[in-house]
Write a protein that binds this ligand. Structure first.
Ligand SMILES: [Zn+2]
Length: 210
């Protein structure tokens, strides 16, 4: 087992068969995934990027949760295609990043490898954040090779309820507070540091205009 992460506990019957599952997301909210992806994008990006660079990062960072569609078709939480299953794996992150990079092969604004790296990290960050939440099942990081589910040893992020009504409940506010503390503030810090470092580099002696 890789160090630093542990297998998730087996799904309880209520978790794997509960009808409420189709209405519950066990995840940080999509907005928080996008915020983290934006911080990653700031670190990885070349000097100039088009608008779609940011949009793509936000989209792929939220994409793994499309697996909840499976609930409506009888897919169980702990299945290969269940929530936090294959779409939350590192393999899926590489696959999605590769497909999007290939689809954009005609663009010349960002190098292929840099774009792939960004999209991979943005997608993979989703599962990493989910593995730091305090609810649901763990993440199948190594799917399709194993469907074992993992959590990190620390999970300070509260799971997010779905739906506007739920989100603005007391629990929803606690989720926002938790995500702000553990995701938004660190992401803003990374973004700010990356901005300062880039400015320092571009104003260095080798980059001064004569
Ligand atoms: Zn997720």
């Amino acid at each position: 087992m890789p160090s630093g992460i542990r297998p998730a506990t087996a799904p309880s019957r209520s978790l794997s068969t509960c009808g409420k599952l189709g209405r519950l997301f066990f995840m940080p909210s999509a907005i928080s995934h996008a915020i983290v992806a934006t911080a990653i994008g700031k670190v990885v990006k070349p000097k100039q990027v088009p608008w779609w660079y940011w949009a793509l990062g936000a989209a792929v960072s939220a994409a793994p949760d499309l697996d909840v569609i499976g609930f409506h078709f009888g897919v169980r939480y702990g299945d290969f295609l269940g929530h936090r299953g294959f779409t939350h794996s590192l393999f899926f992150a590489a696959l999605l990043a590769g497909l999007v990079t290939i689809a954009l092969v005609g663009q010349s604004q960002i190098s292929r490898w840099r774009l792939f790296l960004y999209l991979f990290l943005a997608t993979a960050s989703h599962g990493i954040l989910d593995a730091m939440t305090n609810g649901g099942l763990g993440v199948a990081f190594f799917s399709p090779f194993t469907n074992a589910r993992y959590f990190f040893p620390f999970h300070p992020i509260k799971v997010s309820p779905i739906g506007v009504g739920r989100f603005f409940s007391a629990r929803g506010l606690a989720v926002i507070q938790s995500e702000a503390q553990w995701l938004w503030v660190p992401s803003a810090a990374v973004f700010a540091v990356a901005t300062l470092v880039r400015r320092a580099i571009s104003s260095g002696p080798g980059h001064r205009q004569t």
